[in-house]
Design a protein around this ligand. Structure first.
Ligand SMILES: [Zn+2]
Length: 321
């Protein structure tokens, strides 16, 4: 199946080693009203250097599932892809109730929101002509920054919109969950009602949950899970993420993809809460999985072939080949 990258269509079999969840840019809604701006030229330069570093480590494709209202910048992504040669795939889709979903979308129906997603996927984002290659969803906020007790009505509406856009376009769904209140199971329940094929669903941010029952419940239903926050140690230590990962692989579960959820450029300015988290996460960068996590997996007895499954074959199957 053909996938939209920011520089044109590719075939899923050509993805190669894929980081499934990273961010070139991010900013909370309203950052652009702060009158701070950002130095585009220098940030593009830094992003290109970071792409070259991970290309040297074997990474061929970079998925940036930034929600549409959180500082997604298709032209920034396209410029970085052109200058570095990295394949970059971006997303359509809204974030969660705690941090996103601007009022305009709160007042639209699920079908209207689905139409917005479908238009972006098939015609492009705004006037850029740049098309997303997947659909982002989000439930729950960020551990330590929000209290989440259930999927909210607005989040459910966006999940249903995303499911309908998925069925119409074939683009896969990538789902943010909060590690402190993960709603992966409930997300799948809603997708099931909408008739989504779970082979096109990645329940993200699972690695910091540390609950085998949660992993089994999701994997046994045929969805993928993201071990996609390596390096974000204030949320969960890498040792815990690795223990879960190696345990799952040892008993035969391997529908898992790896990443770091690292942010290259916070737009406008950053904040004490984010700065505090990043100070305690010195390894939160695009190269950490290749440089430190894969070597630890090999040392623990995970085979090269299994690492290829997680990093090459799984992204290819998830995107549809
Ligand atoms: Zn993310």
């Amino acid at each position: 199946m053909a996938i939209n990258t920011v520089t044109g269509k590719i075939n899923a079999r050509d993805l190669g080693f894929t980081l499934i969840h990273e961010h070139l840019t991010a900013g909370f809604p309203g950052w652009e009203l702060d009158n701070r701006g950002f130095n585009r030229k220098s940030e593009v330069g830094k992003a290109v250097d970071r792409m070259k570093e991970i290309q040297d480590l074997g990474v061929a494709s970079f998925v940036d599932p930034c929600p549409m209202e959180l500082g997604r910048d298709p032209e920034f992504a396209a410029e970085v892809a052109e200058k570095s040669g990295m394949r970059v795939i971006i997303a359509t889709g809204l974030y969660n109730d705690a941090f996103g979903i601007p009022q305009h979308f709160r007042m639209l129906s699920a079908d209207d929101i689905a139409d917005v997603y479908i238009q972006e996927l098939t015609e492009g984002i705004g006037k850029t002509g740049i098309k997303p290659g997947l659909i982002k969803t989000a439930t729950g906020g960020i551990p330590g920054m929000s209290v989440d007790t259930a999927i909210t009505a607005n989040e459910e509406k966006c999940l249903r919109a995303a499911a309908r856009a998925q069925k119409k376009t074939g683009a896969p769904l990538l789902c943010h969950n909060s590690e402190s209140s993960p709603f992966g199971r409930e997300t799948l329940d809603i997708f099931k009602e909408e008739g989504v094929d779970f082979n096109r669903v990645l329940i993200g941010h699972a690695c910091g949950v540390g609950d085998m029952k949660y992993y089994f419940d999701i994997l046994n239903r045929g969805a993928w899970i993201g071990f996609d926050r390596f390096g974000l140690e204030p949320i969960a230590p890498d040792k815990m993420r690795l223990a879960s990962l190696i345990g799952l692989l040892a008993v035969g579960f391997d529908r898992i993809m790896l990443s770091q959820d690292a942010v290259g450029c916070w737009l406008g300015r950053t904040f004490p809460a984010i700065e505090k988290m990043m100070e305690a996460a010195p390894n939160s960068n695009y190269a950490h999985v290749c440089k430190h996590i894969i070597p630890q997996m090999l040392k623990a007895g995970v085979s090269e072939a299994k690492i290829r499954t997680l990093t090459v074959d799984n992204p290819r199957a998830y995107f549809g080949d």
